[in-house]
Design a protein around this ligand. Structure first.
Ligand SMILES: [Zn+2]
Length: 138
């Protein structure tokens, strides 16, 4: 079977299945996340999908009061902030995603370096795109 195209749509289909997938370069072993059909390191085009463990550490975050349409629909606003995180995955790539299981209204309680694991939102909801999020491990 041919590899699915390295698009956001394919990435989201994997999320729907509860999989965090990156594109890996067969030439130099670099990972591309979000996935791309060209290697970000050697610009080769021999890429394949590879599963990531979905674990990592919090690299940076911001707590957001005025969010995207999707987040407003999810009920986030000025009084109910959400936290957007940059996560250093164990495989050495970074990904940005929502951070759950923290007090977004009290950013002083959130610590860079916290071990995180991936969570998949709306995985079981028919007709809705899955979204990647992270939560503190343990
Ligand atoms: Zn490469």
């Amino acid at each position: 079977m041919a590899e699915a195209e390295f698009t956001a749509a394919a990435f989201n289909r994997f999320l729907k299945e509860g999989k965090l997938m990156a594109a890996r370069c067969r030439g130099c072993d670099s990972l591309a996340l979000p996935p791309r059909s060209l290697c970000p390191n050697c610009h080769g085009s021999d890429m394949e999908w590879t599963p990531l463990k979905g674990t990592g550490r919090l690299a940076a975050f911001s707590c957001i009061a005025v969010g995207s349409t999707r987040m407003v629909q999810e009920g986030y606003d000025r009084t109910n902030l959400y936290c957007s995180a940059v996560v250093d995955l164990d495989e050495g790539v970074r990904v940005s995603a929502q951070l759950l299981g923290v007090e977004a209204n009290r950013p002083e309680t959130i610590r860079v370096g916290t071990p995180l694991k991936a969570d998949y939102l709306d995985q079981d909801e028919e007709g809705k795109e899955a979204a990647l999020a992270f939560r503190p491990q343990g």
